[in-house]
Write a protein that binds this ligand. Sequence first.
Ligand code: ADP
Length: 852
Amino acid sequence: MAAGSAIQIPSRLPLLLTHEGVLLPGSTMRTSVDSPRNMQLVRSRLLKGTSLRSTIIGVIPNTSDPTSDCDDLPSLHRIGTAALAVQVVGSNWPKPHYTLLVTGLCRFQILQLLKEKPYPVAEVEQLDRLEQFTNQHKSEEELGELSEQFYKYAVQLVEMLDMSVPAVAKLRRLLDNLPREALPDILTSIIRTSNQEKLQILDAVRLEERFKMTIPLLVRQIEGLKLLQKTRKPKQDDDKRVVAIRPNRRINHIPSTTEDEEEEEDHDDVVMLEKKIRTSSMSEQALKVCLKEIKRLKKMPQSMPEYALTRNYLELMVELPWNKSTKDRLEIRAARILLDNDHYAMEKLKKRVLEYLAVRQLKNNLKGPILCFVGPPGVGKTSVGRSIAKTLGREFHRIALGGVCDQSDIRGHRRTYVGSMPGRIINGLKTVGVNNPVFLLDEVDKLGKSLQGDPAAALLEVLDPEQNHSFTDHYLNVAFDLSQVLFIATANTTATIPPALLDRMEIIQVPGYTQEEKIEIAHRHLIPKQLEQHGLTPQQIQIPQVTTLDIITRYTREAGVRSLDRKLGAICRAVAVKVAEGQHKETKPDRAEVGDGEDCREHVTEDTKPESISETADLALPPEMPILIDFHALKDILGPPMYEMEVSERLSQPGVAIGLAWTPLGGEIMFVEASRMEGEGQLTLTGQLGDVMKESAHLAISWLRSNAKRYQLTNASGSFDLLDNTDIHLHFPAGAVTKDGPSAGVTIVTCLASLFSGRLVCSDVAMTGEITLRGLVLPVGGIKDKVLAAHRAGLKRVIIPQRNEKDLEEIAVNVRQDLRFVLASCLDEVLNAAFDGGFAVKPRVERLNSKL
Ligand code: ADP
């Protein structure tokens, strides 16, 4: 403050209005600036100015309600403190604001407000003139006694503090060196005082008044300290300083003001937090870290951005279920019943899940494999995961990994980053609140990779039973035991799962459903669920099995049941409207009563008028109950069918054959088309094919060329050299979908054989199999899904490689009964089966070609 004497503050000062505290001359304050006016001041004055003058601002305590600060300038406190802005720190998080470090120079009084916008500027008069005090002996004599008394108390107070703390020692030295006039301001800002009290000291322009007001505050502080020291025998030296500077007001029995209460509350919160930390069951290592952090927190001003970060961290640490778990109730018989009740079919999956649970019942050791359900969408992978949690009586949490490409998503951000947060695993644990939930890692095959690291690598640690008892999230920075968590993963395909991750999991294939299974699932699970969701009852709507079959075959083409579920939802919505309309009408007295269920159904079925539903709507009549969903109603609600049986139509000319393909979405039938034209023996392939598929096409052509004579295959000009003057174009429709794999080999051969022989391939046959140059047919994968696709498409015969015979056992009996399987080990057998009447090698009618 000695420098204060040399400073003549400018006569015009920009004004900073502070809510947070009262700045007194000689003290330093950190204040957060976020109101538009103050932000403008910082931006256009402090950040743009280059002279020392431009860093001097007037700090006015804003006594009015902070929320009314937005538009009109509140009535300003008359006296403020001219201050030097020492530091400006900007931050964008959680909202744009600056943190300002200001040092008070001297009091000033506002004479006149010069402008209000964008920030207030006032003409001011400097009030503290230090040279005057030192020169006026008289006033000093008068004040002598007061200032001496004040000095005594100040020394007493400082000596009660811990002298080993450098700041306290420095303060002791300052007491002797500073001019006495500066002491009241400085000490008031150091000791525990409310903003109201500080404001009174600021307003005390006369020195005598100031001394008089500060002495009781000092005395109060000294008494408070004495009491505290008595009640709390000093335990930890480190705590002493904190205690000294923030003595507990309540002990002093001095009524506190509202502002004070807020501060007090915050302080109480920190104390509560500390108590929670001490009583929580966190690991020793975590406790040590937390105690260290809370010590830091206590010393931190609340306006520091780090305060909130540290507090959030500590709150998370307290909330985490370090030692809280649910009790497993595992009874295999009950589990079987529950799984059966929740899911129809999926026998293989249910069997494996029960085995897994049985082992856990016998040996409560969690180091078992991690199950990974692999199958097309909508086959119930997630819902089986949920059922497992239910059978075990555990909490369930789903972590969607699709598209995650940053390892911090799994393992959290380090706390040094702005906006850092824990990873999904720790977050999930916080959400469920126990340390032994079932975590479903959904779509592990869709993890991405990016510059921010490989999330799959981070998952390795999570899923490894040998390592996950000490999983360290970057945000927590202490180990958390994940060994009690039961992880289940789901994926559509194993092809894109990184091998190291795949290695840690036990793959259970969940194939698509047959039409019959879908019908059963719809009637046992989906329809009742949809009815409940839409507030309908079976007395109001009836969906017969034929309709379900229609939906399955004509409105959906999928391996799972998700779109089927959606379509059923659409039907329920449409019916809900009718029912609601009906109820409305029913309340009218002249409404005809609703007939009972049986009669009405008959009525509707007999009523063959196609637009029965829409007609009733037109007439605004309530529908008769139950509303029967027949094909006409279906068409009315869902629109015209999306998929028609197009097979026979497309096979009406030579050069088309049906193949079977496997995709992550289940099996599909695939048409292969070929055409030939005059050219130079070129092969054109279209339809986004992978390398393996292109090779299959070349193989097929080579095999046919070498066997052209045997099969009497000729090009357009009758030559056995099929590519002579001929170009071939092979196309695999649905050109937007990438296709690859060797299993189209037999289909390409059949398609080309049809093209060159001019014969039609049977329209009810589909095929799959890899070929070799010698004409052998090799086994391929995904037979079950492919066969189901053929069945869905209404085909009657399927040609598969001989060595795939064993895979047929997995296929449901009813599907097997509907289809005829041709097991082929070489291409001759394939061609024989694919063409009506066979494609046998015909003895060639020898014709002598005269060479003369
Ligand atoms: P996925 O995770 O395989 O993509 P979901 O588990 O989300 O599929 O299943 C979609 C819907 O289908 C769920 O409502 C589920 O209850 C239902 N579902 C699927 N398979 C069955 C089944 N076998 N029995 C009963 N409901 C099923």
